[in-house]
Design a protein around this ligand. Structure first.
Ligand SMILES: Nc1nc2c(ncn2[C@@H]2O[C@H](COP(=O)(O)OP(=O)(O)O)[C@@H](O)[C@H]2O)c(=O)[nH]1
Ligand SMILES: [Mg+2]
Length: 211
């Protein structure tokens, strides 16, 4: 784990992405679902520290380092080092458990403001477990409204069926690639690509993200 086995240098950009949200909302499952392209063995997870995924988006070879909690979120003791240097942050709630949604406003966005040192980082709100639609307690409209309030992208998904799982990570990554300051703060390898990137840069991102 954590090795890009032989392909270590063959990427254009490297991004740190992390997931936050209450225990049990499916953060670890989303990572597993995204990394392994499989939906088997979905069980309560112990933290995986981080996983690495190499992929190509928009013609760019990317290395995503996706950080997972080791279950510390139960004790609300994620530290600044978990947040440090992240270009993308996924805020996850469970559409069947309303308190996981309200805790994003009450707890997680506050912690994010406190610890994230990256003003330009891109945030994405994700409502997980849409496969359990009959048990839903948070509507899509409520999710969209919260996302708007906090300047986040928004998607509903299911780690179980993999519905929208790739889209979550891809939309987030595409948005990160639109922000020049986030590219500069990545790996040293990024430097040589900056010039090229600036020429391709067109529209500024809509609205501040971590304010
Ligand atoms: N039905 C359903 N269950 C899920 C989904 N994602 C995760 N789970 C289950 O929810 C529980 C908690 O998931 P986990 O990934 O450990 O949550 P974490 O504490 O946020 O990392 C596990 O039993 C998962 O199997 C989903 O999309 N749909
Ligand atoms: Mg977990």
């Amino acid at each position: 784990m954590g090795s890009s086995s032989g392909q270590g240098n063959s990427y254009d950009f490297s991004f740190k992405i992390l997931l936050i949200g209450d225990s049990g909302v499916g953060k670890s499952s989303l990572i597993v679902s995204f990394i392994s392209n499989s939906v088997e063995n979905l069980s309560p997870t112990i933290g995986v520290d981080f996983k690495i995924k190499l992929l190509t988006i928009g013609g760019k070879r990317l290395k995503l380092t996706i950080w997972d909690t080791a279950g510390q979120e139960r004790f609300r003791t994620l530290t600044s080092s978990y947040y440090r240097g992240a270009q993308g942050i996924i805020l996850v709630y469970d559409v069947t458990r309303r308190e996981t949604f309200t805790n994003l406003s009450d707890v997680w966005t506050k912690e994010l403001e406190l610890y994230s040192n990256n003003q330009d980082c891109i945030k994405m709100l994700v409502g997980n477990k849409v496969d359990r639609d009959s048990e839903r307690t948070v509507t899509r409209e409520e999710g969209a409204a919260l996302a708007k309030d906090h300047g986040c992208l928004y998607l509903e998904c299911s780690a179980k069926t993999r519905e929208n799982v790739e889209q979550c990570f891809e939309e987030l990554t595409l948005k990160i690639m639109e922000v020049p300051s986030l590219l500069e703060e990545g790996s040293a390898l990024v430097k040589k690509n900056n010039l090229k990137q600036k020429q391709e840069y067109q529209a500024p991102p809509s609205g501040g993200c971590c304010s």
